[in-house]
Design a binder for this molecule. Structure first.
Ligand code: SF4
Length: 225
């Protein structure tokens, strides 16, 4: 990767951070709670995830052994506010089986596995795709695995840094090949891109005027303007 790309990515980061301040992501009191949130947030907004997590907490079920022991139908009802609740209950159960099998529900033990191996293991769990796996790795297990999403792709493509059709792993590699392998940097970078995406860089059109990244020459031909 070219040094100019590293400099540019670090400039983007510091510009967002200066303007928006630290994000304090990811909400969650334990690695397990963060992982549950990463699975529940698929295709829904965070407010709905919070309601589902609150239901689990109020039943004192937000611990892997306890969640593992309840029937899937009961779990589905508890997480109903998160949407796609039957599918997500099945995914949570698959994740719980994985935790039981791999580390006897001890996520600290899981953290001790080599980083490269861990990602492959998580991707082998039914319903855990790259974005969820990387969110668990980065935010729950504090591993240097960059998380990318639709906001990342949109923002970078509108600034002419990547193609808008770039695949998930290629976009992740774009960051990881250019930036130091640093959990805190990756954590905050992803959070800031999501905040810029939600606040300014809409799907149909970017509200570039006033956006923290407006000085980085967005391309009007790519719905930035
Ligand atoms: S709104 Fe405009 S300036 Fe902001 S990230 Fe999107 S394209 Fe860039």
């Amino acid at each position: 990767m070219r040094p100019e790309t590293t400099t540019l990515l670090l400039n983007l980061f510091s510009t967002m951070l200066d303007r928006l301040g630290p994000s304090h992501w990811w909400p969650g009191e334990t690695p397990f709670e963060i992982s549950v949130g990463a699975i529940l947030t698929q295709n829904t907004n965070w407010r709905n995830v919070e309601k589902a997590i609150w239901n689990l907490k109020s039943e004192q079920l937000l611990a892997p052994e306890r969640l593992y022991s309840i029937p899937q139908e009961q779990l589905a009802e508890l997480i109903r506010p998160a949407g796609y609740f039957r599918i997500k209950a099945s995914r949570l159960k698959a994740f719980l089986h994985f935790l039981r099998h791999e580390c006897r529900f001890d996520m600290e033990q899981l953290r001790g596995r080599p980083d490269g191996q861990l990602r492959g293991m998580l991707l082998g769990v039914n319903g855990i795709g790259p974005e969820t796996a990387d969110s668990i790795l980065l935010y729950a297990l504090e591993k240097p695995s960059f998380v990318v999403d639709a906001y990342t792709r949109r923002i970078l493509s509108r600034h002419g840094l990547v193609d808008e059709e770039i695949a998930y792993d290629a976009l992740r590699g774009f960051f990881m090949d250019s930036l130091p392998s640093d959990v805190r940097l990756y954590n905050e970078y992803h959070a800031l891109l999501v905040r810029v995406g939600k606040g300014w860089c809409g799907r149909k059109q970017g509200a570039c005027h006033g956006c923290p990244l407006s000085s980085f020459q967005p391309n009007p031909g790519r719905n930035a303007g």
